[in-house]
Design a protein around this ligand. Structure first.
Ligand code: NI
Length: 190
């Protein structure tokens, strides 16, 4: 199911997610929702807190840019090592329309549980290494905008506030229209 992706600075995005104790069907359902929501929004990665679930679960799919890669779900991901540095222009589904350069490690080794609860270790580079760092950041309440200058971050915050106000107005309008349609339908039936 496609879930609503929270927009920064939503307070849930600042919270720390909790480790998963058992990889069961509820976690696999969460993983499916994360993939559905990520693909619907055309993203390469999504973390559970972005759909309001404070659990250590992320999904990634960088195959459009790295054909040798594959879609990955990671439960309780832990970065074991970081090698080198690279500047990468990042965006985030919770900060729509924005992109800024962030300094990251070029190569990472990550340990995680897969969808079956089996421990895996992966060493990766390129976009996948960036995405792993970006998504694991979400699990500790850190956004890519926390890695950029205060000035840039505050400008983005203003644009997000405007965007949220517009979305809120749209929602209210739609709700009012739906209410009107319902009451119209009732009086017609009478
Ligand atoms: Ni993000």
């Amino acid at each position: 199911m496609v879930r609503e992706i929270l927009v920064w600075p939503h307070p849930v995005l600042k919270q720390k997610a909790q480790p998963v104790t058992v990889v069961d069907d509820s976690i696999r359902a969460l993983i499916k929702d994360l993939f559905d929501s990520m693909y619907a929004a055309d993203g390469v990665g999504l973390a559970a807190p972005q759909i309001g679930v404070l659990k250590n679960v992320i999904v990634l799919d960088t195959t459009p840019r790295q054909p040798e890669s594959k879609p990955l779900a990671m439960v309780n991901p832990q970065l074991l090592s970081l090698e080198g540095t690279v500047d990468y222009r990042e965006g985030c589904l919770s900060v729509p329309g924005e992109a800024e350069d962030v300094e990251r490690a070029a190569i990472v080794t990550v340990r995680y549980l897969d969808e079956q609860g089996v421990e895996q270790t992966l060493r990766c580079d390129g976009l996948l290494a960036i995405a792993v760092q970006h998504e694991t950041d979400h699990l500790s309440g850190t956004m890519f905008v926390d890695h950029i200058s205060t000035l840039k971050r505050e400008l983005i915050r203003k644009r997000m506030k405007k965007l949220q106000a517009a979305q809120e107005a749209e929602r209210k309008e739609a709700a009012a229209a739906a209410k009107k349609a319902r009451s119209g339908g009732r009086s017609e039936a009478r």
